[in-house]
Write a protein that binds this ligand. Structure first.
Ligand code: NDP
Length: 331
């Protein structure tokens, strides 16, 4: 098959970004060590930014987004992989200015791919995708900083979203008491089903923004939204505890003072899934495939095809996604 189907975003002279499904030629893919037949991809918030022309994500159009891809190696110029190998490719420039997983084929450097770990397959790895990976990376970094299940409840913000929903499920599976913040009153039962002990509204999470410190409450925080909700959470960390900042759906800004840091000895940890060294990526996927393996991932999956992606992109941008968009490239 020399041609394949791909979701493509174009850029018009008046800066519109129309989306359509096109037939592409494999020969038109960029140079790279691995040609991969993509079975599944996933929809992340960043893909929606790419698809709407956010210049911090994608500058070169026409473009096929998709920061995640799982599939099978068709051709390899690398000793590390052979045709037929199952792989996950994610992050680095995939889906940013390199054609991504919303196409049935990608060509990438071998350094962007990890072998599919035993215990995961293309479908389950993409229900997790970069969002689930980021949740796991956050838990790992928080635990390295001392977070433990007996250290107090852990707050997860943006809890019904991709990173948030996997974070709630993973933390509950690891024995943490999880408190989830959501803007969706209709999804409290969904969050309790994932393992949240308590569910807070965004309004509750934003209360006390004018105060320098709040009552110590959290043994850890995974924040996907930024802005006042993130700093409120930092102000309510228990002595010496940490918050992981992964996202910015509410705001990239933090209305901060130094008080929690110098009076409560707390930490604000940065999380980046994109440029993380490949060995750490592989270790995180191994953790998700083994000791941190999550049962019942299907309850998080929102099945998508190339045809239904466009609507889902609008939904995730509007903050309306619940769970993880799973893109079946052959669906
Ligand atoms: P989703 O859209 O799936 O989830 C975001 C959730 O945040 C929404 O579902 C909603 O949940 C909540 N939300 C949306 N808008 C607002 C708002 N204005 N104020 C407060 N909460 C809001 O996105 P992802 O989970 O894929 O990504 C979340 C964030 O993490 C993004 O900013 C993304 O770029 C970032 N990210 C960062 C990574 C990294 O490497 N650092 C990797 C992956 C993602 P609810 O209704 O339940 O409140």
């Amino acid at each position: 098959m020399a041609t394949f189907r791909a979701f493509r975003v174009e850029k018009t002279e008046d800066r519109q970004f129309p989306r359509r499904i096109v037939e592409r030629d494999t020969a038109d893919l960029p140079a790279g060590d691995l040609l991969i037949e993509v079975a599944y991809s996933s929809l992340n918030y960043k893909d929606a930014l790419s698809a709407t022309g956010n210049p911090g994500v994608t500058r070169s159009f026409p473009h096929t987004p998709g920061i995640d891809a799982a599939g099978t190696v068709l051709e390899s110029a690398s000793d590390a992989f052979a045709p037929g190998d199952a792989v996950i490719a994610s992050g680095y420039d995939l889906g940013m200015n390199t054609p991504g997983g919303f196409g049935q084929r990608i060509r990438v450097p071998a350094g962007w791919a990890v072998p599919m770990p035993a215990g995961l397959d293309a479908r389950t790895s993409m229900i997790l995708g970069t969002a689930g990976f980021t949740a796991a990376l956050s838990v790992h970094k928080l635990e390295e900083a001392g977070m433990r299940p007996d250290g107090g409840p852990v707050l997860v913000t943006g809890a019904t979203g991709g990173v948030g929903s996997v974070a709630v499920k993973l933390l509950a599976r690891l024995g943490y008491e999880v408190h989830a913040v959501t803007g969706k009153p209709s999804q409290h039962d969904f969050l309790r089903g994932l393992g949240a002990r308590e569910v807070l509204s965004r309004e509750d999470a934003g209360k006390g923004a004018e105060r320098p410190l709040l009552k110590p409450r959290w043994g850890g925080v995974i924040d996907t939204v930024g802005g006042p909700i993130l700093f409120n959470a930092v102000k309510a960390l228990r002595y010496g505890a940490s918050a992981a900042a992964c996202g910015l759906v509410a705001s990239p800004e933090i209305p901060a003072t130094v008080f929690p840091f110098i009076l409560r000895h707390v930490n604000l940890l940065g999380i980046d899934s994109v440029e993380l060294p490949l060995a750490q990526k592989a270790a995180t996927w191994e953790r998700l495939a083994g000791p941190w393996r999550l049962d019942g991932l299907d309850e998080l999956a929102v099945p998508l095809t190339l045809e239904t992606l466009s609507d889902a992109i609008d939904r995730i941008l509007a903050g309306g996604m619940v769970g993880r968009g799973l893109v079946d490239l052959n669906g």
